[in-house]
Every structure is written in structure tokens, then in C-alpha cells.
Design a protein around this ligand. Sequence first.
Ligand code: ATP
Length: 334
Amino acid sequence: GSLTAAEAEGDERTIEAALRPRTLEEVVGQVRVRDQLGLVLEAARQRGRAPDHVLLSGPPGLGKTTLAMIIAAEMTAPLRLTSGPAITHAGDLAAILSGLNQDDVLFIDEIHRMSRPAEEMLYLAMEDFRVDVIIGKGPGATAIPLEIPPFTLVGATTRAGLLPGPLRDRFGFTGHLEFYDPAELDLIIHRSADLLGVRLTDEGAAEIALRSRGTPRIANRLLRRVRDYAQVRADGVVTLAVAHATLDLYEVDRLGLDRLDRAVIDVLCRRFGGGPVGVSTLAVAVGEERETVEEVAEPFLVRLGFLARTPRGRIATPAAWEHLGLTAPKLPDS
Ligand code: ATP
């Protein structure tokens, strides 16, 4: 349905929440994950049991939180949200787990960033629905087992490989989210525009889709920016010209690369002669955290075929040089 006036006028975060698909059916793209997950949920419903634990992996903004909410909604179960960085002590996790009710869905975003002791507590909880609460310190400490009701854990991580094996193995299903292609983003943009009451032409939508970095969250954000532009500097309709002007204003390039993406290939080509260079060095050179370069910028650059990860470090491909308007150095004859 449509948004209420309050939602449409609401701040940006309210808007983002309001644009989330609410059922698996409404989810655009991610066909494989949707099918696989649909089966897991349907089978659990038929058996009248909580579904297996689910791990969702993929770059930010592709719909992990959205899918977690859908899992809970489809199971008509309450969703509890937390994140890895918020769980610094095993006690934090024990408190969350002991507060769960039967069949609750617990979503842990950035699950790879939980502390080690919390991780170990989670193993036991996932497998045996039990936690050992440690009372006291040192030699006198005792572990008191505490039963917790069966629940479904949904973990989200930017890369499944960041999780220790024992944790990864305890998920019954792992869904890998992929970047969206322009046709899928086009559908998402039209859907969001309808919900927000934004008037846009097909050419305008297609242009935003092309420049959204394969990411629905970015598509929705760009849509809000072009809508601003159309309202303030044009007649309210998002046309191709409006889309172009806005995206240029916000320095989103022809392929959707943002400032960080461009900085990474720029530094790689200009300063390091195309590589190979280690990711830590690259991160220092662009002034970002290594994790951000690795988990946010690189997946998209790899997908575009601009960057390759090799055992000796990152290298820029000829396509990356070309995108920057540079000439790739000649490879030595082999
Ligand atoms: P993070 O890992 O940073 O939490 P995420 O992968 O969980 O990101 P979401 O917050 O679920 O991403 O999605 C971002 C926005 O993109 C949502 O507000 C939603 O509107 C939109 N979105 C995501 N996936 C889809 C989809 N398949 N169809 C339509 N809209 C989508």
C-alpha cells in the first residue's frame, strides 16, 4: 500500500524503513536466496517449529536487515534486533538470550564483530538452546546451565568468510546476497517512487538504476536526492536531465562509483602503478579503515572487473585504468 502522509514527510530514516519490502513476495531480485529461504520457512511452518538458524552475507545495503524482518514476519514471530559490536561481553549476550521467548527471531547484525567469549556462548545456545552462566571468578567460579526456549538466529555479515568455522557451521542455511542488476534496481526505484509519490520518467529511473552501485539502499537514497533537485530546480518531475544533473552534483559517476571507490582505483593506479599492493597499504593511502575498503569498496570494484584480489595484493585491471582516463602500463612480454 501507499505511505501515510506522515511517513512520506518523515525523516530519511523513517522513509528507509517504510520502503522495505514486507514479504518474500515483495522482495525484488535475489531469486536464489528468496527461493531457498522460502523453502526453509515453509517447511518450518508446516512442521510448526522454529526454522533453522539463517546466516545472510553480502555487502552493505543489499537487504540483510530487510530479509531478517521478513523471516520474522513470515513466521509471525517477534523480531529482536542487536549487533555484534553491541555485544562486548558474554554477559550481554546471556541477557539477550535469557530474555527470548519461544520461536522468537533474534537478528544479530555484523555478527562477525562479536567478542570471542560471546561467540562461544552463542555456539551452545544455537545447538543446545542452553547457556552456561558463570558465577564468580577464578578457581571458585561455577557454571550454571540455563535453558533457553528454541529460537531462530538470523546473523548478518558482510562476508561469511569472516566468521570462525564453528560458528558458520551452526547455521542451517546461508544466503549469499548479490549486487542487483540495473533492471532489478529499476523495479525497486519505480516501486519506491510510487510509495513516495515521486513522479519520474522511465529514462530518469533507468539512469538512477545504472548509477546505484548495484545496491537498493543507494538507489533509494539517490531517488531522494533527485527528488529534491526536481522539486527545487525543476518542475517536480524526475527526468533524465534532472537525474544527470543531480548525480553529477553528488559526484556519482557514470558507473555509480562513489568517492571511495574512485579513490581506491585512483591510488592503486597512480600511486602504486596498478599494484599488486596490500589492502592495508591501500587503506592507509585512501585514509579509510581497512575493513571499509575490503567490505564496502572492493566487492563492487571486483564485480565491475576493475580490481582483482591476488595472493600478492590488489591489482588494477586495464578497465580500471581506462575508467580513470589513463593508459594502462604495458605488461612485460611473457
Ligand atoms: P546493512 O547490512 O547495512 O544492514 P542491509 O543489507 O541489511 O544493510 P537493508 O537495510 O535491508 O540492507 O536494505 C536497505 C534498503 O534497501 C531498505 O530500506 C529497502 O528499502 C531496500 N531494499 C533492500 N533489498 C530490497 C529488495 N530486494 N527489494 C526492494 N527493496 C529493497
